[in-house]
Design a binder for this molecule. Structure first.
Ligand SMILES: Cc1cc2nc3c(=O)[nH]c(=O)nc-3n(C[C@H](O)[C@H](O)[C@H](O)COP(=O)(O)O)c2cc1C
Ligand SMILES: CCCCC(=O)C(=O)O
Length: 375
């Protein structure tokens, strides 16, 4: 019945160590909880008598058209949840017309995921696939991977920039979950030049804006930055040619105690001033969460853990059901808000507690947003 039900069901099927890997976050998991709590604290203020009989959920983000504003954020290791792994996920996403962001740490290669998605797209239309990248200090390797994703038909790159080092996942440390089980590997990290040796993904503190400039120079695909939280970095991202932001705190898995993403959305939107789309992920569990984020200016929202739970609970069918459920809930919320589609969702439909920017103005920041009503 609900997105949260998938977690309960999945836990009866998953190795508890793997369930902890999925559910867990960094440190005290303060940010993990904050993401969901922030959505619960927001209130919707609907409009009436607007004639909202015909409703659509279509969106276009960074040039990719989708039948739903809910996209699949990149999550690693789908074969922990289902034998078919990312193939099952891709078929379900394609059937729903949802954008799937393939993780660089996927257990199936992007070429095979693309083929599965092509076979399952509704109305013969290819479902958009994006590719998530951790920029590797080995630029030759990174460039080869970008080519692979491009040749496989991915229509955007999502560069994760919140991981100069890996977050401290204490559940995994306690459980001794430090490596993939035998037989599973990161499909993109197998090096054909080195006899099939599997490289590890480097989370590298040396990565800087210069690397982004380099990436901008080698690809014409749209580039979205995932994990920008500071408004000044949002401005810098635009200046460095980013085509969009995925406003994310990695589901609370990197720096603990950062704010909930939906709390930051108005500030980040103000910083980019409409120049690039902002997608949000973190804690989206209900159709009303989707509507709140869209009303506050997100172009789409991503879900991470729910996809893993649904995959563990019912494979491809599970993920299909998850996406259907969210479609139904979003449709219901749109109707009740008097909206025919995403374009009708405006900030006045949301009442927010007084979050607001820090007490001292940021240099150059737009500080004209008082607490209270978001407008
Ligand atoms: C099990 C798991 C694996 C993840 N793997 C990746 C990854 O490979 N790359 C990445 O950029 N983000 C990764 N993330 C973060 C997600 O893309 C996303 O930001 C987060 O899960 C959204 O929050 P939610 O789980 O509350 O929906 C992962 C998250 C989880 C839970
Ligand atoms: C190298 C795997 C990265 C997975 C990840 O990003 C996460 O677990 O949050």
């Amino acid at each position: 019945m609900t997105v949260q039900d998938f977690e309960t069901a999945a836990r009866t099927r998953l190795d508890p160590v793997h369930a902890d890997f999925i559910a867990g976050g960094a440190g005290d998991e303060i940010t993990v909880r904050a993401n969901e709590e922030a959505f619960r604290r927001l209130r919707l203020l609907p409009r009436v008598l607007r004639g909202s009989a015909v409703r659509t959920q279509e969106v276009t983000v960074a040039g990719s058209r989708a039948r739903t504003p809910v996209l699949l954020s990149p999550t690693a290791f789908h074969k922990l949840c289902d034998e078919e792994g990312e193939l099952a996920t891709a078929r379900a996403a394609a059937a729903a017309g949802a954008i799937m962001i393939v993780s660089m740490a996927s257990t199936v290669a992007v070429e095979d995921i693309a083929e599965a998605a092509r076979g399952a797209g509704a109305d013969g239309a290819p479902a958009p696939l994006w590719f998530q990248l951790y920029l590797q200090p080995d630029l030759e390797f990174t460039e080869a991977l970008v080519r692979r994703a491009t040749d496989a038909g991915c229509t955007a790159l999502v560069v994760t920039v919140d991981s100069p080092v890996r977050g401290a996942h204490e559940r995994d440390l306690r459980n001794g979950f430090l490596d993939l089980p035998d037989g599973l590997r990161c499909a993109h990290m197998v090096d054909p030049h080195e006899g099939g040796r599997v490289r590890s993904i480097a989370m590298s503190p040396e990565i800087s804006w210069a690397h982004l400039d380099w990436l901008r120079g080698i690809t014409s695909l749209p580039i979205l930055l995932k994990g920008v939280l500071h408004p000044e970095d949002a401005r810098l991202a635009v200046r460095h040619g980013a085509d969009g932001l995925l406003l994310s705190n990695h589901g609370g898995r990197q720096l603990d105690t950062v704010p909930a993403t939906v709390e930051l959305l108005p500030e980040i939107r103000a910083a980019v001033a409409g120049r690039v789309p902002v997608v949000l992920d973190g804690g989206v569990r209900r159709g009303t969460d989707v509507v709140k984020a869209l009303a506050l200016g997100a172009s789409a929202v991503g879900i991470g853990r729910p996809v893993m739970w649904a995959l563990a609970e019912g494979g491809e069918k599970g993920v299909r059901r998850l996406l259907e459920l969210l479609r139904e809930e979003v449709d219901q919320a749109l109707a009740l808000c008097g909206a025919c589609g995403v374009q009708d969702l405006t900030p006045d439909l949301v009442r927010a507690p007084a979050w607001g920017p820090p007490p001292l103005p940021l240099p150059g920041a737009d500080t004209a947003r008082p607490g209270g009503v978001v407008s």
